[in-house]
Design a binder for this molecule. Structure first.
Ligand code: HEM
Length: 471
């Protein structure tokens, strides 16, 4: 087990006059109670009560919510060199240990690395995400969505979340790995995700690294799920090496890359970390975006009807292509609005490597900042009637050009902005259009759907819905 990078962080003196961050005056216990009961509602409440910068806890994290779009822009873009991804955990008497729990599964891939390694790997992978390439993937996106929907029967009860996970995994493996997913791969990946993302929370506690090495049943399950995942990915790498790595896919690109100075290639561990990162980051997020979209459409029949009207008039029953995208503005708006209300990445964390003023408050090195899409996307300062599912707010005059850029940031921003941004948007709109032209999903009466904020935002117990074929 590796929880890296791990480094001592020395909080230095705060250079400017200390202004106490709201929420800290005797309110930490109350904040903890609120967040434990319901972290999503609790964060929104704390922002409403105390303003856009709020102290959340002092131990094991010295953590602050940052929900001001300009302050978020500064963290992600303007002053990004003062921050690292992850958080700093403090134990009694400890100065702090920097922790990035995702490294447990992903090693040092694009999502977890920083500095020169990150820059080099990002440059290397960027060509796979150029617009032209994504246009070429369009046909595969629609074909896979169409094939998945062809398995459904009118009136069948489905777990929409399961369906979307399997569909988007097939889309990523086909377009970026030139491989077909079989059900074994899906099962291995799902087991590794569910075992390890739940464990990511435990990384908050001192002693986590030690506990992970002990022969405890839960730690053992996590280790074996990661080993199974490794077997899948190393199997793909080995096959590609045997075939000569001549293709245009991600594995061929990684295997044939050479360092400009030394001429050295990447070792298998680095190729594994990058491949796994793309496979995991590239399917669960889009699956969640589509899952929440069908959940919202099921509860807003008037929006579902407007969506069908657009699809009928533009597609007249045929499968969509990338050429149709500019003519599907409402479909695009539905996806935008769904990611506003249910951002697949609901929060990102950064910690300070030096003292810095954040949103007007001086914070010392070692502070952990929570930048939460869930909170900012529901702030009525930027979004009138924030709880309302209203795709029209993305269209025409209502698409407010004066809204700050980081009032909406489902894909993050700055040097770590999602590399799969255009890939996901194209995939999402084409999948939604392909499915919704023939099918609707009805909610199960009386069934509450609860969002669960783990690494991504998913429905806690899946999303059972009844599927109906349109006449
Ligand atoms: C709706 C779908 C998606 C959402 C909402 C999303 C969201 C995000 C966010 C917020 C980040 C920034 C994390 C941070 O700064 O800490 C990120 C990074 C990343 N995403 Fe996505 N993502 C999506 C789809 C994809 C897809 C389809 C891929 C690949 C095929 C992908 C690959 C990545 C990678 C590799 C990174 C790390 C980038 C870097 O640090 O350079 N994502 N994503």
């Amino acid at each position: 087990m590796t929880v890296t990078p791990s480094a001592a962080v020395t909080p230095g003196p705060v250079p400017v006059r200390v202004r106490t961050v709201p929420g800290s005056a005797g309110g930490l216990r109350a904040a903890r109670k609120l967040l434990r009961a319901d972290p999503l509602a609790g964060l929104v409440r704390l922002r409403q009560t105390h303003g856009p910068v709020v102290r959340l806890s002092s131990r094991p994290l010295s953590a602050f919510l940052v929900a001001d779009p300009d302050a978020i822009a500064d963290v992600l873009v303007g002053s990004h060199r003062s921050y690292r991804r992850g958080f700093v955990r403090r134990g009694p008497g400890s100065r702090g240990t920097a922790v990035q729990p995702l490294t447990m599964v992903l090693g040092q891939g694009l999502l977890t690395s920083s500095g020169e390694l990150h820059r080099r790997q990002r440059r290397l992978m960027q060509p796979l995400f150029h617009h032209q390439r994504i246009f070429e993937y369009g046909e595969t996106f629609a074909a896979i969505a169409d094939a998945r929907a062809a398995r459904w029967r009118d009136g069948q009860r489905l777990d929409v979340h399961d369906e979307m996970i399997e569909m988007t995994l097939a889309m990523v493996t086909k377009t970026l790995f030139d491989a077909d997913t079989d059900s074994d791969i899906v099962a291995v990946i799902r087991a590794a995700i569910s075992e390890n993302t739940v464990a990511a929370r435990k990384a908050l506690h001192a002693g986590f690294e030690l506990l992970e090495r002990l022969p405890l049943p839960s730690a053992r399950r996590r280790r074996s799920s990661r080993q199974a995942l490794d077997q899948v990915v190393y199997g793909l790498i080995e096959r590609r090496r045997r075939e000569g790595a001549q293709g245009q896919d991600l594995l061929s690109l990684l295997l044939s890359a050479r360092d400009a100075d030394t001429g050295d290639g990447m070792d298998d561990t680095q190729v594994r970390d990058e491949a796994l990162t793309i496979m995991l980051a590239g399917h669960e997020t889009t699956a969640n975006a589509l899952t929440w979209t069908f959940h919202l459409l099921g509860r807003h029949p008037e929006v579902a009807a407007a969506l069908r009207a657009e699809l009928d008039s533009v597609l007249a029953g045929r499968c969509p292509t990338v050429a149709d995208l500019p003519r599907l503005p409402f479909t695009d708006a539905v996806l935008n609005e769904s990611m506003r209300l249910y951002p697949p990445v609901w929060a990102m964390s950064r910690y300070l490597v030096e003292d810095r003023v954040v949103g007007g408050y001086p914070l010392p090195a070692g502070s952990t900042l929570l930048l939460s899409q869930w909170v900012v996307h529901r702030d009525e300062k930027w979004w009138p009637e924030p709880e309302r599912f209203d795709p029209e707010r993305w269209i025409g005059d209502r698409a407010d050009p004066d809204r700050p850029r980081y009032a909406y940031f489902p894909f993050g921003g700055g040097p770590h902005q999602c590399i799969g941004n255009s890939f996901a948007r194209t995939e999402g709109v084409l999948a939604l259009a392909t499915i919704a032209r023939h099918w609707t999903f009805e909610p199960v009466p009386g069934l509450e759907i609860t969002p669960e904020p783990l690494v991504t935002l998913r429905p806690r117990d899946g999303l059972p819905m009844t599927v109906r074929r349109r006449g």
